[in-house]
Design a protein around this ligand. Structure first.
Ligand SMILES: Cc1cc2nc3c(=O)[nH]c(=O)nc-3n(C[C@H](O)[C@H](O)[C@H](O)COP(=O)(O)O)c2cc1C
Length: 157
């Protein structure tokens, strides 16, 4: 099997899109992620697959914490910016409305939902790390979700 066959098959699994954020001192970091999965109810836990060479992953592992901002259909441009696909003339966070969670890590405004997480486990998985977070806060916003399918962003309607 080629790597391309694997990518093509997985592109047909629809996924939600979130920004996973972390903070190292005054350095706010974040990446667009479609690998977020709810994994345990008691205690509440999620996992995210983070690229080994990602700056966000490094901050998550060092500080043992991360936040999740679930993107809406109007936030496609944010998904592109946090994936490094859109030109960014400013430091990413300066131009985007955000607030700090109780854990001090930024959360984007106007999202479909938010989570704050304490990193409890890290498992190596190929070129990614599976980062398991215990959810310490969760909230629901509004708006239709942004959905990734067949390498394109969609929404429900
Ligand atoms: C739709 C989409 C989904 C992505 N999902 C993930 C993901 O789940 N995990 C990951 O590590 N990178 C994912 N990426 C790639 C990262 O967003 C990208 O490599 C980012 O620039 C890393 O930023 P950083 O090095 O500043 O942390 C995704 C990109 C896109 C466009």
């Amino acid at each position: 099997m080629s790597n391309q066959q694997f990518r093509d098959a997985m592109a047909h699994l629809p996924a939600g899109v979130a920004v996973i954020s972390a903070r190292l001192g005054d350095d706010y970091r974040g990446l667009t992620a479609s690998s977020l999965v709810s994994i345990s109810l008691d205690p509440p836990m999620v996992l995210a697959g983070l690229e080994r060479d990602s700056a966000t992953r490094a901050a998550v592992v060092e500080t043992r914490a991360f936040n999740v901002s679930v993107l809406t259909r109007t936030q496609e441009f944010i998904a592109d910016r946090f994936a490094g696909r859109a030109p960014s003339f400013d430091p990413l966070w300066r131009t985007l409305p955000h607030r700090l969670g109780a854990n001090g890590i930024p959360l984007l405004e106007d999202c479909a939902a938010w989570l704050e997480c304490r990193l409890v486990q890290v498992h190596e998985a190929g070129d990614h790390d599976i980062c398991v977070g215990e959810v310490t806060a969760a909230a629901v916003g509004s708006g239709d979700p942004l959905i990734l399918w067949d390498r394109t962003f969609w929404t429900l309607h």
